[in-house]
Design a protein around this ligand. Structure first.
Ligand SMILES: *Cc1c(COP(=O)(O)O)cnc(C)c1O
Length: 398
């Protein structure tokens, strides 16, 4: 028997780069490689394509091209937004509000700022992962300078009420940043309508290349630079531009936002087929995340009494790529902070499986997973003394 076909279901971790995007990028490595800061013709061309990509990103977000700054990806954009606003507005206050379920690019940046004398409020979320707008409003003080709340969660897929949260920030004259890395191409975004002052995005989450992203900074926002050096990006972000990457980002965001509804209907149908099959075939499961307000491709389910990482290894054997909120092999016994924040007991968090669907997936893929996964779960449960005991005690009726 040959190797199984790879069934890639980890699109929240990264996507493949679409061939159209790769083709758009290639000439900027070999032919139009001029440094945009130089004055000869090929350099001027590099400058032109960067500005064209800026327009493509602005269009996708509803902002102006001058409000788009290219970065090395989602992590840099998050760092810049949060540290940049914190340091530039220190005299106005030292309080920042975020949530317990942010990506580490936000959480660890906030933890760094705590050491620098800032006070951070980490808002809780409900059992579905939703932030309560009333809780946000209550947390705002006259010292609050920034609110940073993710658009959609990378683990459980929950989509936050961004327009409502943005309106509260605006009402209290506090800057509002959103990490929209998972949202691009999945939900429509309009920075003006949604009162967003700063927005992070990353190309490799929507079929663009890795190592390139952008930060939207609304005109007039007071923000310090993060990367010092040359005068690139309107003197706000130094470093010779990643021209090919920027061209790829522009092309990828144009593709990803051309038909958001069509794309999400298709992906959601696959996800729902998967979820329905799993509910039918596997007992004693818990669905994580919000039933409706969630990313179309996100499937996150806990299988009690088994280890997420053992599940992943068995799935990998069948060519299926997924991820888990368990982190035993990484040396820490702590399950993911998102799983704990939605109130899962550690043993349930450890048994979680995240499959994130995307353009690479077909109905055939879903059916293969529905054949393999029930076998994997029952084999692991057969090996689990805790599960056996629970069944014997009548806590479960398999
Ligand atoms: C992937 C991801 C990031 C980090 O983006 P990189 O481009 O990999 O640095 C930040 N936030 C969220 C929500 C993500 O999913």
């Amino acid at each position: 028997m040959g190797k199984p076909r790879i069934i890639y279901m980890d699109h929240a971790a990264t996507t493949y780069t679409h061939p159209e995007v790769v083709n758009a990028m290639l000439p900027y490595y070999t032919e139009h490689f001029g440094n945009p800061s130089s004055i000869y013709t090929i350099a001027r061309n590099s400058k032109k394509v960067i500005e064209a990509a800026r327009v493509q990103v602005a269009k996708a977000l509803g902002g102006d091209a001058e409000e788009i700054y290219f970065t090395s990806g989602g992590s840099e954009s998050d760092n810049w937004a949060i540290k940049g606003v914190a340091f530039a507005n220190r005299k106005r206050g030292n309080h920042i509000i975020t949530t317990k379920i942010e990506h580490h690019a936000v959480l660890h940046t906030c933890q760094f700022l705590e050491k620098e004398g800032f006070r951070i409020t980490y808002l809780p979320v409900d059992q579905y992962g939703l932030v309560d707008p009333a809780e946000l409003e209550k947390a705002i003080t006259d010292q609050t300078i920034l609110i940073s709340i993710m658009y959609a969660n990378n683990e459980i897929g929950t989509i936050e009420p961004i327009a409502e949260l943005g309106a509260i920030a605006r009402k209290h004259k506090v800057y509002f940043h959103t990490d929209a890395v998972q949202a691009i191409g999945n939900v429509p975004i309009d920075v003006k309508v949604q009162n967003i002052d700063l927005l992070s995005l990353s190309a490799h989450k929507f079929y663009g290349p890795k190592g390139v992203g952008a930060l939207y900074i609304k005109k007039g926002v007071q923000i310090e630079n993060l990367i010092h050096g040359g005068g690139q990006e309107h003197k706000r972000r130094a470093g010779t531009e990643n021209i090919a990457g920027i061209v790829g980002l522009g092309k990828a965001i144009e593709r990803a936002t051309a038909d958001i509804v069509g794309h999400s209907v298709k992906i959601k149908a696959l996800r729902d087929r998967l979820l329905k099959g799993v509910i039918e075939k596997i007992p004693d499961i818990r669905i994580n995340g919000h039933p409706e307000r969630r990313l179309p491709g996100n499937f996150n389910v806990s299988f009690e009494f088994i280890e997420g990482e053992s599940m992943l290894l068995w799935l990998d054997d069948a060519g299926i790529c997924g991820s888990t909120g368990s982190a035993c092999t990484s040396g820490s016994l702590e399950p993911s902070h998102v799983m704990l924040a939605i109130g899962l007991p550690p043993e349930v968090a450890h048994g979680s499986l995240r499959l994130t669907l995307g353009d690479a997936n077909t109905e055939q893929d879903i059916d293969t997973v529905l054949e393999v996964l029930p076998k994997v779960v029952s084999r692991l449960r057969d090996m689990s003394p805790l599960y056996q005991k629970a069944v014997k005690n009548g806590e479960y009726n398999v």
